[in-house]
Design a protein around this ligand. Structure first.
Ligand SMILES: C[S@@+](CC[C@H](N)C(=O)[O-])C[C@H]1O[C@@H](n2cnc3c(N)ncnc32)[C@H](O)[C@@H]1O
Ligand SMILES: [Zn+2]
Length: 199
């Protein structure tokens, strides 16, 4: 007999529908398996390309061969939202037979979860396309955590570098602005002093 799930689908503060705990869940406990129809990566690329632009997906990469499409035969796990400070994690369990079709995604608790808490995990999406501002906007994260990275995507090395460079540039610009403001203030003071001196 299958174990009774300790979760239910509810409206979410993060996005649309989400999943909350209905009973205490222990750290490390298996919460639910992510189910759906298995499709190949090529099928996913061909049939669900639009999702890249909308940022809304029920697909989960199982392994190099398969993607779980929860649009077909999906269970409650498909409603679990993403967070940058998650209380759960999605693990791929490789089947001992090494048959990649039999691998499973199990959502496990990262810590003790109280009834009423929304279940979340970090999607960690990574796409093989340039991360344009439009793409980043479509995949913006609204988890609300103080630790929010602002995106549901895992930044690639070059994008991390770019972000760091932009941060540095921002800091330089701010310093420059501060110095210019200070100089303007000083000039104003000097002009006032000169005026007084002429009287
Ligand atoms: C597997 S579904 C989760 C269920 C979804 N809330 C719904 O009602 O359809 C994944 C989609 O939910 C949305 N989503 C999940 N977590 C999010 C987050 N932290 N910020 C913004 N959107 C999120 C995104 O559109 C994402 O592609
Ligand atoms: Zn976030």
């Amino acid at each position: 007999m299958e174990k009774k799930l300790k979760i239910a689908k509810r409206r979410s503060r993060i996005h649309g529908s989400g999943v909350v705990a209905t009973a205490p869940i222990r750290k490390g406990e298996h919460i639910v398996e992510y189910k759906g129809k298995l499709i190949t990566h090529d099928e996913a690329d061909a049939g669900y390309h639009g999702e890249l632009n909308t940022g809304h997906t029920f697909l989960f990469t199982l392994n190099d061969d398969w993607i779980i499409n929860a649009n077909v035969g999906g269970n409650i796990a498909k409603w679990i939202n993403c967070s940058c400070d998650p209380n759960a994690v999605a693990f791929v369990h490789e089947h001992p037979s090494k048959d990649s079709k039999r691998d499973q995604v199990i959502i496990e608790a990262l810590r003790a979860i109280k009834p009423g808490e929304e279940i979340t995990y970090d999607y960690g999406f990574e796409f093989d396309v340039p991360y344009t501002p439009e793409l980043l906007e479509a995949w913006a994260c609204r988890c609300g955590s103080p630790k929010c990275k602002g995106t549901m995507l895992t930044l690639k090395k070059e994008d991390k570098k770019k972000a760091k460079k932009e941060d540095k540039k921002g800091l330089k610009d701010k310093k420059k602005e501060k110095k210019e403001k200070k100089d303007r203030k000083k000039n104003k003071k000097d002009r006032k002093k000169n005026k007084k001196g002429k009287k």
